[in-house]
Design a protein around this ligand. Structure first.
Ligand code: NAD
Length: 388
């Protein structure tokens, strides 16, 4: 269909700071790179401060601005509600949007608790019967190298899984004077490094392996327990973890190891993983996100070894629409790919991935990790329940 004949898809976004900027970039760009069955239109963005949200709308290319997310959800020109707020508002906004018949993209982690995530997944299932789609923003799946790794796993290139090893390390909390922002308060964030970074690596482990975690054993620590309140003055209590380590067992019996911390001095956004299977291994480092390392263990041992795959060929996932081979992509492209996959799911009526049910499953893993850490690493099963 020619671009001028495309049906439009009105987007309404809630929150316009870090993820709001990244999602705006995705929505602005996606229809100019990929041939889409529908044309996303940046209808309106929502914040709580009228002047600030108007300025954000102008900066990021949104036609209109709202100061109450309920008004955004009710707009006739909004068909997709994109939630880029802290976890404490995900459930309320997503459920209201789904009940109003709007498609939803919700940032990760899906919610701040299993109960909220269950209510959201349940609302998504009801809405799905009306053709409405709900997706979680686990954007690292949309790195071409990660999507290609998944394809290689599906093709059996590394065989049955033995090990998954993933760390996600940042260092912005090393300074004990860093202020007590919402990410350090349980009531707003749900958890600390666990929900912020751990959610991503749990999702990646399950996505890449095609399996779910069935149990975990965890330890966690809050190294700096009091921090200055934003704006200065007195100090407040940190109510989430600074760092968490956990082991896990996948459904097949493979073993997984996870580390998430915002206290790894010198590590800015270091997400590294390695998968070992009976036929080979795959390794990835987000700081070199156009590359995938692959070792084929079926090759003659004398010449076998890890080799670097430059994931920039048109045959690689998402790359058909971008630049010539070797012209690398970056972080922001994951949000363009996320927007593309959501538009395709809406237009074709297919199941979105990752769905709210996938987000709920990750939430159950996070809850099991917290329970295990509270009991000083007692092995804790992850309930294998359907969406209620
Ligand atoms: N996918 C990723 O890689 C990634 C990275 C960072 C954050 N996140 C997730 O994205 C979400 C937002 O994080 P962020 O880093 O953008 O936070 P942020 O603090 O940068 O931005 C939050 C925004 O939400 C707005 N907001 C809060 N409550 C609101 C309400 N009730 N109504 C309207 N607006 C409201 C704030 O004004 C702000 O604009 C969180 O769930 C976080 O876990 C995901």
């Amino acid at each position: 269909m020619a671009r001028t004949e495309q049906t439009t898809l009105g987007i309404g976004m809630v929150g316009y700071a870090f993820m709001g900027a990244a999602h705006s970039q995705g929505w602005r760009t996606v229809g100019r790179v990929f041939d889409l069955p529908m044309r996303p239109v940046l209808a309106a963005v929502c914040g709580r401060d009228r002047a600030a949200v108007r300025a954000a709308a102008d900066k990021h290319g949104w036609a209109d601005a709202e100061t109450d997310w309920r008004d955004l959800v009710a707009r006739d020109d909004v068909q997709v509600v994109d939630i880029c707020t802290p976890g404490d508002s995900h459930a309320e906004i997503a459920i209201a949007a789904l009940e109003a018949g709007k498609h939803v993209l919700c940032e990760k982690p899906l919610a701040n608790s299993v109960e909220e995530a269950e209510a959201m997944a349940s609302a998504a299932r009801r809405a799905r019967e009306q053709g409405v789609v709900a997706m979680v923003g686990f954007n690292y799946r949309r790195t071409p190298a990660m999507a290609f790794a998944r394809r290689m796993v599906e093709e059996g290139r590394i065989g049955a899984f033995r090990h998954v090893r993933i760390s996600y390390l940042q260092d912005w909390l090393v300074d004990p004077e860093f202020p007590l922002t919402w990410r350090l308060e349980r009531e707003h964030a749900g958890s600390g490094a666990l929900g912020d970074l751990g959610a991503h690596i749990v999702d990646l482990a399950q996505y890449l392996s095609g399996e779910t975690l069935v149990g975990v054993s965890a330890i966690a620590e809050t190294f700096v327990r009091e921090r200055p309140l934003p704006g200065g003055g007195s100090r407040g209590t940190v109510t989430v973890d600074d760092a968490v380590l956990f082991t896990g067992r996948l459904a097949s019996g493979a073993l997984a190891f996870f580390e998430a911390t915002r206290m790894a001095a010198g590590r800015k956004n270091s997400l590294r993983l390695e998968l070992n299977g009976e036929r080979g291994s795959l390794a990835f480092d987000l700081e070199r996100l156009n590359e995938l390392s692959f070792h084929d263990h079926t090759e003659p041992v004398a010449s076998a070894g890890f080799r670097r795959i430059l994931v920039t060929e048109p045959d690689h996932p998402y790359l058909e629409a971008w630049w010539p081979p070797g012209h690398a992509l970056g972080y922001e492209h994951t949000f363009v790919h996320q927007a593309r996959d959501l538009v395709e799911a809406i237009a074709t009526g297919s199941d979105p991935s990752p769905s709210f049910a996938d987000g709920l499953q990750v939430q159950r893993v996070l809850a099991a990790v917290e329970e295990s850490a509270e009991k000083n690493a007692v092995y804790t099963p992850v309930p294998a329940q359907e969406v209620p």
